[in-house]
Design a protein around this ligand. Structure first.
Ligand code: 5GP
Length: 223
């Protein structure tokens, strides 16, 4: 069995980066480092935060079929280098992609076994506060990012899970629970395949804290 490809998306400022940074990877999961044409923010590290490249270099990589997926997001290019993802999955390691909704759609098309997780901030005003507090974007860029939120939210039904990031530690626990549940489910499918258990013993572990999160999700979708 190979590793599982997890995709984490959500609006800018939803806290995807903080969630990924807080996940205990335990040597069995790795976070993919994307390539981008955007300028580094203060504190970002080449090869760790992103591979920062020119538009020419990015397009050369597209020509070489070097991306697992790529997209233009907020006016810049972002892509997942293909080779490391394939190598890690083949080595039984999970891979986590922190990518936008266009990239997630491409992943679902090319890798239907991938697990898509959407991170939702608790409200629009909280989202705005978080982006402004980050202080890394100009007011125009902030407005541009915020203007995309509703179209990003509209993609939630394509995702397997939605986690509301009200409190970071809880959101990290939820994502971790989803990752574990997906492994348990696949192990279940495997045992079913080899006939060890009767079907009735199969249970899909549900990691969503539905009651707590459903109202928030409904609010966002209704807007
Ligand atoms: P930021 O500029 O805030 O780091 O990222 C902007 C957006 O690009 C975020 O939604 C982030 O998830 C997305 N992104 C980062 N890397 C990739 C990638 O490799 N592919 C795609 N499709 N989106 C990415």
């Amino acid at each position: 069995m190979s590793g599982i490809l997890f995709v984490i998306s959500g609006p800018s400022g939803a806290g995807k980066g903080s969630i990924c940074a807080g996940l205990p990877l335990d040597g069995i999961a790795e976070i993919s480092v994307s390539m981008t044409t955007r300028q580094p923010r203060p504190g970002e590290i080449e090869g760790k935060s992103y591979y920062f490249v020119s538009r020419e270099a990015f397009h050369a990589k597209i020509e070489q079929d070097g991306f697992y997926e790529y997209a233009e997001v907020y006016g810049e290019y972002y892509g997942t280098p293909k080779a490391p993802v394939i190598e890690r999955l083949a080595a039984d390691k999970d891979v986590i992609l922190e990518i936008d909704t266009q990239g997630a759609k491409q992943i679902k098309d090319t890798c239907p076994d991938g697990v898509l997780i959407f991170i939702l901030p608790p409200s629009f005003s909280e989202l705005r506060k978080r982006i402004e507090r980050r202080g890394s974007e100009s007011p125009e860029k902030i407005e541009h990012r915020l203007s995309k939120v509703q179209s990003e939210i509209a993609m939630i039904p394509r995702y397997d899970y939605c986690v509301v990031n009200q409190k970071l530690t809880t959101a990290i626990r939820d994502v971790r629970a989803i990752m574990r549940a997906e492994h348990i489910m696949r192990l279940g499918q495997l045992t079913q395949m080899i006939g060890l258990y009767d079907k009735k013993d199969m249970r899909r572990a549900c990691a969503l804290r539905v009651a707590e999160n459903a109202a928030v999700i409904a609010d966002w979708l209704a807007d």
